[in-house]
Design a protein around this ligand. Structure first.
Ligand code: HEC
Length: 210
């Protein structure tokens, strides 16, 4: 416990028992190697933002960022690709080529990052969901979420949503779109019309399904 938290306790003890001596240790003498002073950084001479300073010609402690500096939260390049939103609207097509490899990758990342809450099948059945006392992680395969444009699901991964935190720092751009593609595939796998399948698969499904 640091002295900042000990001090009020010591004052209280002193107030309750006026004859007792407060037990707060005195400031250590300079050169006393045994005394551990944890607050030197708080007390050292320093500038705070917007303070005047004689060190610089413009009299301010604040420095202008170098020419060409970009704030790290500015959308660069193609905002549809990086944020899932372009021209004020959610992206309606996944902006990277959707291949079988991308879906396999999306499955792996989904199972690592999302399944703990939304369930391996994306249906919202998980140990976490069962134990949530507030809003549960919803099913991602029901009609409501499946109706979301891909950019909306992407945006939830980047920015979070309500109780769900942002996964932007953990999941890089390419993995996010792979996960979005897999969430869409999970939805289709639940309610695929036979007629929507490509002909060879349709034939196989007809033979194998009861
Ligand atoms: C720690 C638990 C947790 C994890 C992990 C998690 N989510 Fe969520 N998610 C939630 C909760 C809880 C909600 C509901 C939030 C609310 O309504 O406040 C939610 C909501 C959502 C929604 C619905 C948003 C809406 O508009 O209704 C989507 C889509 C979603 N999550 C996708 C994902 C994806 C994709 C991943 C993996 C990258 C993921 N979630 C990881 C807990 C989680």
């Amino acid at each position: 416990m640091n002295r900042g938290r000990l001090l009020p306790l010591a004052c209280l003890a002193a107030a309750l028992c006026l004859s007792c001596t407060p037990s707060t240790p005195a400031d250590p003498e300079p050169g006393d190697a045994d005394a551990l002073d944890l607050e030197r950084m708080l007390r050292q001479a320093r500038y705070v933002p917007y303070q005047p300073s004689e060190l610089f010609n413009d009299g301010s402690v604040m420095r202008r960022p170098p020419e060409g500096t970009v704030p790290n939260d500015r959308a660069t390049g193609d905002p549809g690709l990086t944020r899932g939103v372009a021209g004020g609207a959610y992206v309606t097509r996944i902006p990277v080529p959707v291949t079988l490899d991308l879906l396999r990758y999306g499955k792996e990342r989904f199972e690592i990052f999302c399944a703990a809450c939304h369930g391996i099948a994306g249906d919202g059945e998980s140990e976490v969901a069962r134990n949530m006392t507030q809003r549960r992680p919803p099913s991602l395969v029901d009609a409501r979420v499946q109706a979301f444009p891909p950019g909306r699901i992407y945006q939830v991964i980047v920015e979070g949503y309500g109780l769900m935190r942002s996964y932007e720092p953990n999941i890089p751009l390419g993995e996010r779109w792979a996960i979005v593609a897999y969430v869409k595939a999970l939805g289709r796998s639940r309610a695929a019309a036979l007629d929507a399948l490509p002909p060879p698969l349709r034939e196989r499904a007809r033979k194998e399904l009861p």
